[in-house]
Write a protein that binds this ligand. Structure first.
Ligand code: AP5
Length: 222
């Protein structure tokens, strides 16, 4: 029998590199990436009532109400590809009540990766971030510039990526992170996110290899 697929949570301040690391983790480990922010932006793009309401909160850097976020994430987690390939939860849970909603479904991670980044670096990363409007790939004007002129012409900026808004998002992060961490103490791995994207990934990759090795020892059928 195949060993149980990996279950990963990744957290960190705004622009700490969660999305960038998730792209690399998914490429190597084939997990299903579920990003709360992306699910919300998809609702906004679809023009739904939930999307309209969510945008009001996101513009203020506040957490979107649980009635909207919890349902979106729960629904995605229950789809068959997630059961089969494992999951990588990005930016969720972001409050104790969201974490408890997962506990009620007996959903717990094997590992909780916390990216630790200095505040000045976060602001610089937010202001220079751009997204490929076609593929959603994350770029940075200085640190991860687009590979071609064609991609450069398609780059867009997120509506909440201003210095003023990132400060509000950061405040919300500080208000909530400790209570979330308290629930996952036994599986938290703190990673220095100030390093280059590749170096941060190397450390995450090392941790995931250790975890897989441990899981295969625990599971005699693998
Ligand atoms: P969300 O979309 O989750 O935003 P966030 O947490 O603020 O995180 P970001 O997506 O901004 O950054 P990231 O850590 O993914 O960094 P990235 O890899 O892009 O949430 C947005 C909003 O939605 C919230 O404010 C809230 O309102 C709402 N929301 C979301 N989840 C919610 C929830 N659970 N409950 C309620 N509301 C919720 O990197 C940033 C930049 O830096 C990029 O340009 C990248 O190229 C560059 N970069 C990355 N790593 C490096 C590196 N190592 N070196 C140099 N540059 C780097």
């Amino acid at each position: 029998a195949k060993p149980e697929p990996l279950k990963i949570m990744i957290a960190g301040a705004p622009a700490s590199g969660k999305g960038s690391q998730c792209e690399m983790i998914v490429k190597k480990y084939g997990l299903v990436h579920i990003a709360a922010g992306d699910l919300l932006r998809a609702e906004i793009a679809a023009g739904t009532e939930n999307g309209k309401l969510a945008k009001e909160y996101m513009e203020k850097g506040m957490l979107v109400p649980n009635e909207i976020v919890v349902a979106l994430v729960k629904e995605r987690l229950q789809q068959p590809d997630v059961q089969q390939n494992g999951w990588l939860l990005d930016g969720y849970p972001r409050s104790l009540s969201q974490a408890k909603a997962l506990e009620d479904l007996c959903i717990r991670p094997d590992i909780f990766i916390l990216l630790d980044v200095n505040e000045e670096t976060l602001v610089e990363r937010v202001v220079g971030r751009r997204l490929d409007s076609l593929t959603g790939k994350i770029y940075h004007l200085k640190y991860s510039p687009p590979e071609t002129e064609e991609i450069a012409a398609r780059l867009v900026q997120r509506f909440d990526d201003t210095e003023e808004k990132v400060k509000l998002r950061l405040k919300t992060h500080h208000q909530n992170i400790e209570s979330v961490l308290s629930l996952y103490e036994d599986v938290i791995v703190k990673v220095n996110g100030n390093l280059s994207k590749e170096d941060v990934f190397n450390e995450i990759d090392r941790q995931l290899n250790m975890l897989l090795e441990m899981k295969s020892k625990e599971d005699p059928s693998s």
